[in-house]
Design a binder for this molecule. Sequence first.
Ligand code: ASP
Length: 322
Amino acid sequence: MRFATLTAAALALSSAAAVAQDYPTGPITIVVPFSAGGPTDTVTRLVAEPMSKTLGQQIVVQNVGGAGGTLGATQVAKAAPDGYTLLLHHIGMSTAPSLYPDLAFDPAADFAPIGLVTSVPMTIIARKDFPPNTLEELIAYVKENADTVTYANAGIGAASHLCGMLFMSAIDVELVTVPYQGTGPAMTDLIGGQVDFMCDQTTNTTGQIHGGEVKAYAVTSPERLDSLPDLPTTAEAGLPDFTLGIWHGLYAPAGTPQEALDKLNAALKTAVADPNVATRFAKLGTAPATAEEATPEALATTLTEQIALWKPLIEAAGAKAQ
Ligand code: ASP
């Protein structure tokens, strides 16, 4: 009996190993925890295409927006750990534990990191007929009109929420925020004049800034960007301590077989080393992760460090989801 049990267990193990060796045998889904057409969606599609070629399988991008990215992340935390459901999420993975008292997942324990993907600067932008023309004027204007000015974001924990939170605390003002499931739809409303301003990643704003569809005040990187050379940095424009880079990582549910994680990591590494990917990222003001960054270790370290970094900042800003 004991022998029979052991044999069954051994068989189960060897068939799991065979399944992992054959991986992937079908399409892979990457959940983007924000709306289609937004910055996380753009980053995901840029790396999914070359990853799909390396893996020899289709990659389906599924947008699960809501609650600042926590709904999509929860879905992947609870998905089967078989390598067929992944999550591409940004800095929000590290801020969610401090912002959501009832968070349904643990970013470190419930996920297997695959690698960092990119880090994207943000831009402070407004509808094109918004009166202020410089960051200095914007600060003065929102202070004077704090009751009526509206700030768009992608929900508590989104990059746009963090940037707005830092901006409001830097200038000591509280504004009315309008949450969306992603900054894709927020951008549509900003262009349509339904909201006044927002802070969003260059992957979603560079085209609209160049096209004159929105007014831009500053970029949150320490240096100006080649893709937006006329746009001052936040430091140059009047907020000396204000810089923000939005890092993105690729994750699988914890318990995903190592063979699958290794293949996914190899595919990610190939994608970020692809010169076409670098060119497309550069046009959007960013660069893909380096070979050292596109590793499970680098993502795990970044996640741990960023959880520790954001906790006191979020507490100081008094931000919390209900
Ligand atoms: N990354 C979000 C999106 O893709 C926006 C945000 O985090 O602010 O819509």
